[in-house]
Design a protein around this ligand. Structure first.
Ligand SMILES: [Zn+2]
Length: 290
């Protein structure tokens, strides 16, 4: 999507080849991958090992780099968690093709991420709490939501309900997956229904919104948590700022669609630094369970 463009030569860990149309991404990674990377927040050069040791948060300016689904899960859950619901693959229901066929895009994303689609479910312990976690992978076609993502999150919600374990979803998505057309839009209803049932059963659901969370994902499950919390500086919105500016013919305010802006206006319950995220979730689950 055009509003997520990064500048040439910049690299984010966990998002290798994340741009759906970046046919040159492999070449770009080879060129820039090294011991040092330039921070997208402060533009300073950061030692990569130091960045990784710091949960991929810039030690100088606290810019939160994108992380993948695997890393989100291993950051939140105690060792010994189990990955579940991983067997689903998209059937390409529309036999979609633009400059490339959707099938070949899927194949490439699967090779690059080692995942079947833009989602991973896990069951394990978050501190003292048994939980179900569903984490999105932005590196897989922009974390877009097709039938597999929808079904996998719905299964996580169902499992949370039947086992009475709280559900944590880590959202990172450019929105619905266009290559699946209306099928991708139907996932909004499917997941929302599963979350409605989870709510009826009074099992807590917390959504963690990371950079970026947009489109149909924001318009459905990412805003339906008992708690909706975000990482600092995350882009969260439905349409992109450029589209909104063109529609309302007004300049948007500074920081529009960023976590802090949305917190101030009541869209979010908290903005939590990645380093404090786990401790925050443990406390929140104690509170919600009580
Ligand atoms: Zn920085």
């Amino acid at each position: 999507m055009s509003w997520f463009k990064r500048e040439d030569g910049e690299y984010e860990p966990g998002s290798a080849g994340s741009l759906p149309d970046a046919s040159d991404s492999a070449e770009r990674n080879v060129r820039t991958e090294g011991l040092w990377i330039k921070c997208l927040g402060c533009r300073q050069v950061v030692w990569k090992a130091e960045l990784e040791a710091n949960l991929n948060v810039c030690p100088k300016c606290q810019h939160h780099f994108k992380i993948g689904a695997r890393q989100s899960i291993s950051m939140l859950l105690e060792p010994g968690y189990e990955l579940v619901d991983g067997g689903l693959r998209s059937t390409d229901p529309l036999k979609f093709s633009d400059v490339k066929s959707y099938k070949s895009r899927l194949r490439k994303a699967q090779e690059q991420t080692g995942l079947n689609d833009a989602i991973l479910n896990a069951v394990g312990m978050l501190g003292p709490h048994p939980v179900v976690v569903s984490a999105m992978e932005y590196g897989f076609i922009g974390g877009s939501m097709g039938a597999v993502v929808g079904e996998t999150i719905a299964r996580a919600a169902d499992q949370a309900r039947t086992t009475r374990k709280p559900l944590i979803v880590v959202a990172a998505s450019g929105g619905a997956r266009m290559m699946e057309g209306v099928v991708s839009l139907m996932q909004m209803a499917k997941i929302s229904t599963a979350l409605g049932q989870l709510d009826d059963a009074k099992v807590p659901y917390i959504c963690v919104l990371t950079d970026p969370t947009t489109g149909g994902v924001t318009a459905s499950f990412a805003m339906l948590g008992d708690l909706n919390i975000a990482e600092p500086g995350a882009l969260i919105g439905f349409a992109g700022p450029r589209v909104i500016e063109q529609t309302i013919r007004q300049k948007l305010p500074e920081g529009f669609q960023r976590s802090e802006f949305l917190l101030e206006r009541g869209f979010l319950d908290a903005v939590v630094h990645r380093r404090q995220l786990k401790a925050y979730l443990v406390r929140a689950l104690e509170f919600l369970h009580a």
